[in-house]
Design a protein around this ligand. Structure first.
Ligand SMILES: NC(=O)C1=CN([C@@H]2O[C@H](COP(=O)(O)OP(=O)(O)OC[C@H]3O[C@@H](n4cnc5c(N)ncnc54)[C@H](O)[C@@H]3O)[C@@H](O)[C@H]2O)C=CC1
Ligand SMILES: CC/C=C\CC(=O)/C=C/C=C\C=C\C=C\[C@@H](O)[C@@H](O)C/C=C\CCC(=O)O
Length: 256
C-alpha cells in the first residue's frame, strides 16, 4: 500500500508492537492516530513522533477499545481530524487468563468492532475509497499455546481475518484484511500478563526453545503486509526463522 499522504489508525499504540507499527507508518509518509488507554505514555509517544516526523502527522486519542462508544468516537475523531481513513491496525491486546472475559473483549470483540468500523469508513459500498486492515494476531492463534483463552482470541482473529478477506467481500468494499502472527516478542506484555504458574513455566520453556523476537523483527513483518498488495485474508507468521505466510489448504468446498 502506498502510504504517502494516507491516514492510519493504530490501537494499543502507546508502546510495544503498536508503537513500532505506528512508526513504520510515519516513516512511509502517512499520518497516524495512536489509540490507547495509557494516556501519559500515549501522549509521550505522540510528542516524540511529532518531534521526529513533523507537526500534524501524529495524534494521540485516549480510547478503551472495549468501550463501543469510545471506539466509535475515536474513529470519527480521527476522520474529522485528518479528513479520512485508509489503514486500520487492530493491535491492542492483553494476556489475562484470570479475567478471561476481559481478554476476549480486548483481543477479539474489539477487533471485530475495529474491522467493522474500518469497513464503515473505508468500504466502497459506504462511499469510502477502499483500504487495508491489519489485525495483530499471534502464532498462538495457529499452534497450541498454554494460555487457552488468549489462544482462542488469537485464533478468532485469524478466522475473522480469513473471512473478511474473501474475494467477494473485497469486490464490494475494496478493503483488504490481513493478520500478523508474531511469536514471543520482548515487550511489556511478557512482563505484565496473567496466567497460571504452570502456563508460565510452559511459556518459559517455549521461549527457551523457540527464542524471543525483538520489536523490529515484528515490524519487518508488518512492513511486508503493507507492501504485499496482492495479499488478502492472509496470516503472516513472524518467528526467528523469518517471515512465512501461513499456508491454508483450500476449503473442502473448493477441492475437486
Ligand atoms: N509480546 C508478544 O510476545 C506478542 C504480542 N502479540 C500481540 O501484539 C499486540 C501488542 O502487544 P504488545 O506490544 O506485546 O503488548 P504491550 O502491552 O506492550 O502493548 C499493548 C498496548 O495496548 C494497550 N491496551 C491494552 N488494553 C487496551 C484497551 N482496552 N484499549 C486500548 N488500548 C489497550 C496497552 O495500554 C499497551 O499500550 C497484542 O495484541 C498482543 O496479543 C502477538 C504475538 C506475540
Ligand atoms: C507460541 C507463542 C506465540 C506468541 C506469544 C504471544 O502471542 C503472547 C505471549 C504473551 C506472553 C508471553 C509471556 C512469556 C513469559 C515468559 O515465558 C518469559 O520467559 C518471557 C521471556 C522473556 C521476558 C523478558 C524479556 O522481555 O526479555
Amino acid at each position: 500500500m502506498q502510504l504517502t499522504g494516507k491516514i492510519a489508525l493504530v490501537t494499543g499504540a502507546a508502546r510495544g508492537l503498536g508503537k513500532g507499527c505506528a512508526e513504520a507508518i510515519l516513516e512511509r509518509g502517512a499520518k497516524v492516530a495512536l489509540l490507547d488507554t495509557n494516556e501519559s505514555v500515549g501522549q509521550e509517544t505522540a510528542a516524540a513522533f511529532t518531534l521526529k516526523y513533523g507537526a500534524d502527522v501524529c495524534t494521540f486519542v485516549l480510547c478503551d477499545v472495549t468501550d463501543k462508544d469510545q471506539l466509535e468516537g475515536a474513529f470519527q475523531q480521527v476522520v474529522d481530524r485528518f479528513g479520512g481513513l485508509d489503514l486500520v491496525v487492530n493491535n491492542a491486546g492483553i494476556l489475562n487468563e484470570l479475567d478471561w472475559e476481559k481478554c476476549i473483549n480486548v483481543n477479539l470483540v474489539s477487533v471485530v468492532r475495529g474491522c467493522n468500523l474500518g469497513l464503515r469508513y473505508m468500504g466502497k459500498r459506504n462511499g469510502g475509497n477502499g483500504g487495508l486492515i491489519i489485525n495483530m494476531a499471534s502464532v498462538a492463534g495457529i499452534y497450541a499455546f498454554p494460555a487457552s483463552v488468549y489462544a482462542a482470541t488469537k485464533a478468532g482473529v485469524v478466522g475473522l481475518t480469513r473471512s473478511l478477506g474473501m474475494d467477494y467481500k473485497f469486490d464490494k468494499d475494496g478493503v483488504r484484511v490481513n493478520a500478523l502472527c508474531p511469536s514471543f516478542t520482548a515487550t511489556s506484555l511478557l512482563d505484565e500478563f496473567n496466567a497460571s504458574t504452570e502456563d508460565r513455566r510452559e511459556m518459559d520453556d517455549m521461549v527457551e526453545r523457540g527464542g524471543l523476537l525483538q520489536i523490529p523483527d515484528v515490524v519487518k513483518g508488518f512492513a511486508k503486509l503493507l507492501d504485499d498488495d496482492d495479499r488478502n485474508g492472509a496470516a503472516l507468521e513472524v518467528t526467528l526463522q523469518g517471515l512465512k505466510y501461513y499456508g491454508y489448504e483450500s476449503g473442502p468446498w473448493d477441492r475437486a
